[in-house]
Design a protein. Structure first.
Length: 619
């Protein structure tokens, strides 16, 4: 018995010695570990810098950076290499390095476009990939090549020193040991930081307002593991507690201002309504000239008989343009993870089309793209539009960028508007001015300096000028037919464009024009009605405010929407603010509590959507 015990101890000793010796000599393991750590840090520095383009010399982590957490997450995945023998061990390390690098770069490109990262919810949106290759390419930057340099070195080295691992055996003990130690430390860090310290200095396993903060806290690998966990939770039915329901009711009640009515109430009552959502239309181009040429001459003409909201902000999130559809018609912020229209297309809402239908309006939503793009067609049907028209209803005689050109689209839309039963509400969306703003040369009518023409800003100005031209043609036709005699036309941008996606390139253009800087997420909101006196409204607001503001003008009783609209009536309010999708508060406040309550609206909306809160709503 003693001999057997001794032999078994000796055998265990030999196994441990063999594992430790191999680990000490495994240069590829250490190189990969260090390389992936450096890439992770480089990535986090980028996403916390100017538009994820330049490195900020300051340490870009929030709170105290826990680099050992980064190391542990990487080590867990690298430890799987010890389950492979011979050269397969090295090739596992290289392949994982390549996959990890692709994930980082994909996250980086997605972040530049959407200010968030790739999640499992994104894969539900696969139908959006059509015609998006040019947009993806436009998110690439020269600095991104740095992520791949080590791979170009390691692959040749693996081929040169391929004999170094020819006798390597599987070492499951190393896999188990490294994995367990790494997971144990991650759990310890979570316990210490999130539970004991309660996130006083920094946090790990918690979704922050800004996704780059969560990424910096958890590391890229940790972020995606945590995303997988949240994806699993998100796919479970969300049961709203009685406490949640009471919180929502209290929030809406506290939001009410209870102000006396003013001259704007019912100003547009009984009139037809056309809401035109213009792709990437920013506020800085309104009433602006370049080389003595008006960029938006036709929209500028509308201002002479319009209420012009000049401090109106985009609030879209992961669903971008579809989030604008949602907020305009429901006054509800989009969900915090994934696209609202993809995840919850069948939700019920108290909406603008439903309220207008009660007043005898016919309601139609019209897009120049297919109904599956952002899943808008089923979602807008659930929101309450009686009819939806997508690209299948149009003659696709000319495509630019993502789909039917605005020139052809608006020309074909005009008879649909003119020949329908009145009163009506038509919700229209344009497409041609979508990034990367590669408008064909034959449609570039602005005379720009060649240096500006060849930039993204030049392309943007040309694209907006093109769309403005065809908006003018549509307005002229509707005017001649008399449709505009009793019609309100609302024009706004779905989100910012050049500053949202290419701000880094704008800053490099020489010479600079002061008027194209500091747009600060502003989009124009213009409400045109024939014989209306021009007025600029400087109240700060955002896209969730359009529904209650427009409802007030259309003569809808505020009691019909005050308990469901996150936004407020910008024409009858003493408050002056907007909350961006990032949770940033813009505007005036009487106290920190007022700001916190306004920002809380994003969480309130998230619970409303995930629970389909309005399914059984009655005012």
């Amino acid at each position: 018995m003693k001999k057997t015990d001794y032999e078994s101890k000796g055998g265990l000793k030999n196994i441990l010695k063999e594992n430790l010796l191999f680990l000490a000599k495994d240069i590829f393991f250490y190189i990969t570990l260090i390389t992936l750590l450096l890439k992770s840090i480089f990535f986090v520095l980028l996403i916390n810098s100017d538009k994820a383009i330049k490195l900020n010399p300051a340490w870009a982590f929030y709170g105290d950076p826990h680099i050992l957490v980064y190391v542990c997450f990487i080590a867990v995945f690298l430890s799987f290499s010890f389950l492979f023998k011979k050269r397969a061990h090295v090739w596992y390390l290289i392949i994982f390095n390549i996959l990890f690098t692709i994930l980082l770069v994909s996250d980086l490109w997605y972040y530049r476009g959407f200010n968030s990262f790739i999640t499992l919810h994104v894969f539900d949106q696969a139908t959006n990939l059509d015609n998006l290759s040019s947009d993806i390419v436009s998110m690439m930057r020269g600095i991104d090549i740095l992520f791949f340099i080590d791979i170009f070195v390691l692959i040749p080295l693996a081929l040169i020193f391929k004999k170094a691992y020819k006798n390597h055996r599987r070492l499951p003990l190393l896999f188990i040991t490294i994995s367990l130690i790494s997971v144990a430390y991650i759990w310890f860090a979570h316990y210490k930081i999130d539970i004991v310290e309660k996130g006083q200095k920094t946090i790990l396993f918690r979704i922050c307002w800004t996704p780059n903060q969560t990424m910096a806290n958890l590391s890229p690998i940790g972020y995606h593991i945590y995303d997988g966990y949240n994806f699993w939770l998100d796919n479970k039915p969300f049961e709203m507690s009685e406490k949640d329901k009471a919180e929502i009711k209290d929030w809406f009640n506290a939001k009410k201002e209870n102000l006396p009515d003013n001259e704007y109430k019912g100003l547009f009552k009984g009139k037809n309504l056309i809401v035109l959502q213009v792709e990437s239309l920013e506020n800085f181009v309104i009433n602006q000239k370049i080389n003595n040429q008006e960029i938006t001459p036709n929209i500028n003409k509308l201002l002479k008989n319009s209420l012009y909201f000049s401090d109106y902000h985009e609030q879209v999130y992961n669903g971008t343009s579809s989030d604008a559809d949602l907020m305009t018609n429901t006054s509800i912020y989009p969900i915090r993870r994934g696209s609202t229209f993809f995840r919850f297309p069948n939700n019920s809402y108290n909406s603008l089309p439903k309220l207008l239908e009660k007043d005898g309006y016919s309601t139609t939503a019209i897009h120049p793209d297919k109904g599956s793009y952002w899943n808008w067609q089923p979602a807008l049907t659930s929101i309450g539009f009686q009819k939806t028209i997508d690209s299948s209803h149009f003659n696709m005689d000319e495509t630019i960028g993502l789909g039917l050109s605005d020139g052809s689209y608006l020309k074909q839309v005009e008879p649909i508007i003119a020949n329908q039963k009145q009163p009506f509400y038509d919700f229209l969306v344009t497409l041609t001015s979508h990034g990367p703003f590669d408008l064909p040369k034959q449609y570039r009518e602005l005379k720009l300096d060649p240096k500006l023409e060849d930039t993204k800003m030049g392309g943007y100005l040309q694209s907006i000028h093109y769309v403005d031209k065809h908006i003018g043609l549509l307005v002229d036709k509707l005017e001649k037919e008399g449709t505009l005699d009793n019609t309100v036309l609302v024009v706004y941008g779905d989100h910012t464009g050049i500053h949202k996606y290419y701000d880094d390139e704008v800053s490099k253009i020489t010479p600079q024009e002061s008027w194209w800087n500091n747009n600060n997420w502003r989009i124009p909101l213009i409400m045109y009605s024939k014989n209306l006196n021009s007025q600029e409204i400087k109240t700060i607001g955002g896209q969730v405010d359009l529904f209650p503001t427009l409802s007030y003008l259309m003569g809808i009783n505020p009691s019909d929407y005050e308990s469901t609209a996150i936004g407020r009536n910008l024409l009858n309010t003493k408050k002056n603010f907007a909350v961006l999708a990032s949770g940033k508060y813009i505007g005036d406040k009487s106290s920190d509590q007022e700001e916190q309550e306004a920002v809380k609206g994003i969480d309130i909306a998230d619970k409303i959507i995930r629970s389909n809160y309005f399914k059984n709503y009655s005012k």
